[in-house]
Write a protein that binds this ligand. Sequence first.
Ligand code: FDP
Length: 298
Amino acid sequence: MTCMGESLRTIAFKVRTASCGGTACVNSFGDEQLAVDLLANKLLFEALQYSHSCKYACSEEVPELQDMGGPVEGGFSVAFDPLDGSSIVDTNFTVGTIFGVWPGDKLTGVTGAQQVASAMGIFGPRTTYVLALKDVPGTHEFLLLDEGKWQHVKDTTSIGEGKMFSPGNLRATSDNPEYAKLIDYYVREKYTLRYTGGMVPDVNQIIVKEKGIFTNVASPSAKAKLRLLFEVAPLGFLIEKAGGYSSDGKQSVLDKVINNLDDRTQVAYGSKNEIIRFEETLYGSSRLKAAQPVGAAA
Ligand code: FDP
């Protein structure tokens, strides 16, 4: 985690100083450089090799297991999305790195619940490192200080109720009537819309504000695009360690077996009642029990 933190510092600097168009970045001399997502990818692989405790690593950019030289016994394997939201780098929105850590040498045939740690590096006006460790309660936020140190600034141990929504893949409402009903419910009930289109800031706000719901639902014409291994499971671990809930519509995303490195899924993260409403509205019932009935969207 320390080595990953080192590369997050460098990535933050690059994100801040690279002048990026949609597909290419240039430095201050006008030379074309590696796009920041590819640079982040390279830095993170280097950090994992340097850590001497990583056996395999793979990333959304290089979705095949790469041997990092660490031990299987007592070592870890890491999956990461080097720069999520690369399509909003040019607009200067917040982007971030996501990674999940599994014990040993397996990243398939495992579930998100088997992670020993997960984290996001968040590159916005401030740089933060938000992480959760299996044996430590809560999800923890560290702020990057000017002198280069990480300062612990917040821990989140519960996600309460509050009307804030982040509706991803909204185009799916055109041919998924249940998703359309859910969105209508949020609008009718005067929820506050907070959506950037970057999964890292959109999920981080639930942890920081300790309320809300993030949805990314599929339909026949707008298929699920979020990857279980690189994005959904690590963020699910952060949300559940923070006292929140996750769902693919029927079960926690942490209980889904990762069969292929490229598996995709729909997902929701949020408070308990929001996840109950999400499951009831999409599939008619929820595995979770609320203290009081929350009611599906009519
Ligand atoms: P992007 O395509 O910009 O990389 O991971 C994919 C992702 O961004 C997420 O960060 C984001 O939540 C989602 O796609 C946005 O999808 P929609 O535009 O369909 O809402």
